[in-house]
Ligand binder design. Structure first.
Ligand SMILES: O=C(CO)[C@H](O)COP(=O)(O)O
Length: 257
């Protein structure tokens, strides 16, 4: 059996001053996982810190991403940043459709699909988030919502080009995210992941890495990451300190060895 090489990374959201970003990079860059072959690590700072964090983690195996991009490459879009600009700053990944952007900043399935296509066009790894709200979950609409979000998100990517599009999806139940989030049971995650992976095959005819996010913590990380259809962990609060991320990477890679 092939040993799994999980994606493990963190989204800083609107957190960290430059000094705090530097400290994160110092600890992660100095850890035994800076050049880790057993996992693909990534960190997604605020747009202002992408350049600084990319520079600080240069030469390591940690990919740096940006939390949002516009779907156009340039233009009259005050306050936005484009995929080429994110790349210029050192980003290798673009986070797209996080539930906080869907809930609070008007992100729709349509804009998610445009942004995912823009990221791929520019050679960024697109990390697309999907997830059901608590109302959708309680109404038994989880499967329908995940199908809609997945199919639309992947619909504008050119899957036929010479380059294989680098697209990751993260299933993040909205009800499990953040300080009021309820951690999802690993059995529940395993079932949803198996269903979402079927959707990849029917929608785009291929397998895509599928990460889990939402209240991942040192207690549940190994159980989640070792489930067969879970290709990685997308972590918020428990990895904002680099030592938290390092601890989870250590536990998960040991468990998978
Ligand atoms: O973006 C997330 C992962 O970084 C996600 O929102 C989960 O946040 P958490 O519940 O604080 O882990």
């Amino acid at each position: 059996m092939m040993v799994k090489r999980p994606w493990i990374g963190t989204n800083w959201k609107m957190n960290k001053t430059f000094a705090e970003a530097d400290e994160f990079c110092r600890v992660l860059g100095g850890s035994e996982f800076a050049d880790c072959e057993k996992a693909q690590l990534f960190a997604i700072p605020t747009a202002l810190a992408v350049s600084r964090v990319s520079e600080a983690l240069k030469g390591t195996n940690v990919l740096v991403g940006t939390q949002n991009i516009h779907w156009e490459d340039a233009g009259q879009f005050t306050g936005e940043i484009s995929a080429p600009q994110a790349k210029d700053a050192g980003a290798k990944m673009a986070l797209i459709g996080h539930s906080e952007r869907r809930e609070m900043f008007g992100e729709t399935d349509e804009t998610v699909s445009l942004k995912a296509a823009a990221a791929v066009r520019q050679g960024l790894v697109a990390l697309v988030c999907i997830g059901d709200t608590i109302d959708e979950f309680n109404d038994g609409r989880t499967a329908e919502v995940l199908r809609r979000q997945t199919e639309i998100a992947l619909s504008k990517i050119d899957w036929t080009g010479a380059e294989t599009p680098q697209v990751l999806v993260a299933y993040e139940p909205v009800w499990s995210i953040g300080v009021r989030g309820v951690p999802a049971e690993p059995d529940f995650v395993e079932e949803r992941h198996a269903e979402i992976k079927q959707l990849f095959r029917s929608a785009v005819g291929r397998d895509l890495p599928l990460l889990y996010g939402g209240s991942v913590n040192p207690q549940n990380a190994v159980d989640l990451a070792t489930r067969e259809p879970v290709d990685g962990l997308f972590i918020g609060r428990s990895a904002w300190n680099a030592s938290g991320l390092v601890g989870i990477v250590r536990d998960v890679t040991n468990a998978l060895a």
